[in-house]
Design a protein around this ligand. Sequence first.
Ligand SMILES: NC(=O)c1ccc[n+]([C@@H]2O[C@H](COP(=O)([O-])OP(=O)(O)OC[C@H]3O[C@@H](n4cnc5c(N)ncnc54)[C@H](O)[C@@H]3O)[C@@H](O)[C@H]2O)c1
Length: 260
Amino acid sequence: MLAGKTALITGSTSGIGLASAHVLAEQGINLVLHGLMDNDEGARLAQEFSDKYQIKTLFDNANLMDSNAISAFMKRAIQTMGSIDILINNAGIQHTEAVDTFPEDKWHAIMAINLTAAFHTIQHSLAGMKENSWGRIINIASVHGLVASKNKAAYCAAKHGLVGLTKVVALECAEHGITANAICPGWVDTPLINEQITDIANKENSSFEQAKYQLITAKQPLPEMMDPRQIGEFILFLCSDSARSITGSSLPMDGAWTAQ
Ligand SMILES: NC(=O)c1ccc[n+]([C@@H]2O[C@H](COP(=O)([O-])OP(=O)(O)OC[C@H]3O[C@@H](n4cnc5c(N)ncnc54)[C@H](O)[C@@H]3O)[C@@H](O)[C@H]2O)c1
């Protein structure tokens, strides 16, 4: 039974995180919502979830580039909610540029948000999960945790790192009823990729929709973007008892991108 458990989803004010929050809330799972949103707006979002789904919620806007802020966020979340049963490391950013000119500050930001933050949130969550002999850690990696693309040095390095971190956590936690998996999506329809689409549209003098199609089909045989809710539904399955033996896996949801 998942109703009454608590899920913490980093980056749940937008895109995949927000859609997944709705999927989990529909099952009566309490939520720690998080993202770069001001406190009033975040509190309103949390209240909307509480009212709509009759669940307990909390919002926090800790900046994941700051390990002290993550520590304060996790302590507050655990104190308020009891424990974190389901941890979804989802927040992420992107910057595309050739490695020879890739800005150092972007490298560090991508490493901090897309990889190091997951290390910190996992560290804070494990004691409670071990105490309950139950936990689900789901890291939203990417196909770029499995294969590379040009101009994504930091993103690919961070996502490959996240896949490695997931495997180690799975090994160390297997005896405690805790699973750790990475989901590796192809293209998902969210604001994260708008800049890449706009770049193509500007370069090719094409419409946003044409550029979007070009971006998808350059790598992905299935010529459509995923709806972010599909990831939420996969997360829900990984939380179920049927998925208790799935751990340490890096699971592509990528329209056959990595089958090539
Ligand atoms: N959209 C895709 O095609 C795609 C594909 C594969 C993997 N992913 C991964 O999915 C995850 C979610 O991406 P999305 O597409 O929903 O993106 P999004 O831009 O819609 O959402 C990103 C979320 O991360 C939060 N965030 C960003 N920087 C932060 C910071 N410094 N501190 C705290 N929170 C911060 C934002 O507030 C937001 O809630 C990312 O890890 C991304 O790499 C996305």
